[in-house]
Design a protein around this ligand. Structure first.
Ligand code: UDP
Length: 236
């Protein structure tokens, strides 16, 4: 029995870089593609939003003298590059998929609409929604909250390199403990770095639960769909 019928999977650009921290790690990309196919084969309807932090982030560009809006546009293009990479890896293993873009750029991808995304998901295609929200000053976390709400996903699965939300950064503080579940309000009040406030607030206002888990361990995505409690649930 699968726990979720339709999901929004958020992958960070940084995780796509693997150990090399920048660019795209082919092994990581193929691991992700296989994990996604595994749950598509179970009949889960899958929408995906990928970040672009492994290539470019507007904010860090602004720190180096880039115009913020142009920097953010570069960041959005980075998410399109990552989306095409994932699409290609899914093609290679025979998983039907489509790349939609929040900014018009045919023939790279079709222009996003909610209905196009839902129709494609219902026909068994994995739908990769690229270019974030299409607007500067947002993040792909906000893009995935927005898309998750629009496509009426049951949950946003946030695949990261840690296995959930901790009281402090577990990579820095050995005493940090993990939450099995937490409210959006607590995430914001405690200043936990799960997603930015805009993204968290959107999920809170629209009742989209977030499940944070470690996507870098192969097989974990299926475990989440099977209902295994391996991460942290954020809810109202
Ligand atoms: N971005 C944007 N609007 C959006 C989504 C993303 O301007 O709706 C830009 C922003 O510059 C951001 C970059 O794209 O830094 C890459 O996205 P993000 O930092 O969210 O990637 P991740 O951290 O998930 O790899």
């Amino acid at each position: 029995m699968k726990k979720f019928k339709r999901i929004l999977l958020k992958l960070s650009g940084e995780s796509l870089a693997g150990e090399q921290k920048q660019g795209i790690n082919a092994e990581r990309l193929n691991d992700y593609a296989r994990q996604i196919k595994e749950i598509a084969d179970m009949g889960v309807e899958i929408g995906i939003v990928i970040g672009g932090g492994n290539i470019f982030r507007g904010l860090s560009g602004a720190g180096k003298g880039f115009d913020r809006v142009k920097g953010d546009q570069m960041g959005m293009c980075a998410t399109v590059i990552n989306s095409l990479a994932l699409s290609s890896a899914l093609d290679a293993i025979g998983q039907p998929n489509i790349v939609l873009t929040a900014i018009r750029m045919e023939p790279i991808g079709e222009f996003y609409t909610k209905w196009k995304a839902i129709e494609a998901m219902k026909s068994g295609k994995v739908v990769i929604m690229s270019a974030g929200t299409g607007c500067p000053y947002f993040t792909t976390d906000t893009g995935s909250s927005l898309r998750g709400i629009e496509i009426e996903a049951d949950v946003m699965l946030k695949g990261t390199r840690v296995d959930g939300i901790y009281t402090a950064d577990p990579e820095k503080d050995p005493k940090a403990t993990k939450f099995t579940d937490i409210t959006y309000a607590d995430v914001i009040a405690k200043g936990l770095k799960v997603m930015d406030i805009t993204a968290t607030a959107m999920c809170m206002q629209n009742n989209l639960p977030i499940y944070v888990f470690n996507m870098d361990i192969v097989g974990n995505l299926k475990k989440v769909i099977d209902g295994e409690n391996i991460g942290t649930l954020v809810h109202n």
